[in-house]
Design a protein around this ligand. Structure first.
Ligand code: 4DW
Ligand code: GAR
Length: 220
């Protein structure tokens, strides 16, 4: 075991395709992180089966059963600490986390969102991008703050909108980009190549691509 590997918890609410991408990436030899724990706020989340198949510890915490958001976040924080978690990845996790929780994990809590933020925060991003007539859409990985889909952007991948696109087709291509982007951003953070500075996320020069930014990363 490489002691330098960061211990990552992935929080999910559903399908878990981004979780799967993170599991697959961290399984690669030399990747500087491992998925040590998967937590779902829904017992029926399909991602839980992915974790089981991969032999990863799973935990279901249902806010309503625990008596509300404060109790949920207390239990969540305790479970993360007990498991020695270094970094949290939200991957289709659909509960707003409160300011206290977010502050406690500041710089160690990231999310993936299916748009080029700050455009199209919220839901139905693909339909809204089509309706707005943008020609480039995509996805963003960002540090989570107390806002919704806000917080310093770590990396983005652009996906062209095609003339005959519908929301499903566009979503499929964005999702493929999400899977590459999320593992690359996780790797950069674990290699200490991302720094929170003056309200932004600054990438080390070594992390930059030919275009000078983290965009459209090639698969590892
Ligand atoms: C996100 C934003 C809003 C809701 C759900 C998800 C995106 C990522 C995210 C999850 N938790 C977060 C974020 C975030 O960006 N910032 C913070 N926490 N602080 C949302 O509105 N969810 C509602 C419930 C939906 C449902 O259960 O169907 C809610 O009330 O939590
Ligand atoms: C992904 O497209 C992710 O970007 C999005 O939910 C989907 C989860 O899919 N997240 C958000 O919209 C957060 N604002 P997955 O469960 O297959 O990873």
């Amino acid at each position: 075991m490489n002691p330098a590997r960061k211990r990552v918890a992935v929080l999910i609410s559903g399908r878990g395709s981004n979780l799967q991408a993170l599991i697959d990436a961290t399984d690669q030899k030399g990747f500087p992180a491992e998925v040590a724990l998967v937590i779902s706020d829904r017992p029926d989340a399909q991602g839980l089966q992915r974790a089981e198949r991969a032999g990863i510890a799973r935990l279901v915490l249902v806010p309503k059963e625990l008596g509300g958001r404060a109790a949920f976040e207390g239990a969540l924080d305790e479970a993360l600490r007990e498991a020695g978690i270094d970094l949290i990845c939200l991957a289709g996790f659909m509960r707003i986390l409160g300011a206290d929780f977010v502050a406690r994990w500041q710089g160690r809590l990231i999310n993936i969102h299916p748009s080029l933020l700050p455009a199209f925060p919220g839901l139905d991003t693909h339909q809204r991008a089509l309706e707005a007539g943008v020609k480039l859409h995509g996805c963003s990985v960002h540090f989570v703050d107390a806002g919704v889909d806000s917080g310093p952007i770590i990396g983005q991948a652009a996906v062209p909108v095609l003339p005959d696109d519908d929301a499903d087709g566009l979503a499929d291509r964005v999702l493929a980009a999400e899977h590459r982007l999320y593992s690359r951003c996780l790797e950069l953070i674990c290699l200490d190549q991302v720094q929170l500075l003056g309200g932004g996320a600054k990438l080390a020069p070594a992390a930059a691509t030919k275009s000078g930014a983290l965009a459209n990363p090639e698969p590892r």
